[in-house]
Design a protein around this ligand. Sequence first.
Ligand SMILES: Nc1ncnc2c1ncn2[C@@H]1O[C@H](COP(=O)(O)OP(=O)(O)OP(=O)(O)O)[C@@H](O)[C@H]1O
Ligand SMILES: [Mg+2]
Ligand SMILES: [Zn+2]
Length: 264
Amino acid sequence: MASLPQQSAPECPLCGGTGWKSVELSGKANRVARCDCRIALRSQRLLELADIPKRYEHCTLADFTTDFSGAHRSLAAARLAAGRFVEEYPVEKTGLLFIGSIGTGKTHLAVGIMQELIRGKGVPCRFCDYRELLKEIQNSYNASVQTTELEILRPIFDAEVLVLDELGAVKPSEWVWDTVSHILNSRYNDKKTTIITTNFPNLPPGEMQAPRGSASDSARHAARGETLGDRITERMRSRLLEMCRVVQMEGADFRQKVQSANFR
Ligand SMILES: Nc1ncnc2c1ncn2[C@@H]1O[C@H](COP(=O)(O)OP(=O)(O)OP(=O)(O)O)[C@@H](O)[C@H]1O
Ligand SMILES: [Mg+2]
Ligand SMILES: [Zn+2]
């Protein structure tokens, strides 16, 4: 992992480039504290290292709206859980497992949490798309590719807070799965926080009920009888339930909602 900047802006009027500013405490001697310029530089650097996809850079907890007509009440609860997670971190380090159908805002909330942890608390976070990760691991086995598996995985192992987006979206081959379970298990053993999003229902393998007239994505998986347990093994699903609190998100696809509002 690249190191964080040590320098301060030399023209900074608060600290004159030292990185420390004095703070007046009423009736007491002046104290020094980290200067705002240093904090801003650190946030900026952490954001660069976080690898948030361009498409999601705008996502914050504040702009996650829950007061539109037809908003499912699980969305307000999910927004609240995200806010509480940020507030309580790092005293409470249990991660979150956002589960829900397509377009309910799972990735938006996960990125919103990253933004607040970085800007508000200076916590190093890392975004990882599960499908990309599997591709990169697979690719690293190819002799003509220069990057080694370890180079790819190091930031995923090391990240203080990891967002693993779209878990289960691809079913890995057995040997790639070994690596994925190694990542999740070692993060668990190191007591590192992992935030996960998935479309697959939180059920053991083969325990899917037939859907009743719903066209949601998780219902389509249900139609194929696929559960989170089917996709990531029951052993890993129960490990995740130890690592994370489940946040269920229901409702319509927000993307389609916006589209239909624009073209009305
Ligand atoms: N409640 C919301 N308020 C504001 N924007 C939202 C809300 N829900 C979703 N969005 C926006 O809608 C788009 C889709 O949301 P997002 O990608 O987070 O959904 P998702 O649940 O991760 O979907 P998928 O299952 O396809 O990964 C994003 O651009 C996101 O910013
Ligand atoms: Mg998503
Ligand atoms: Zn300064």
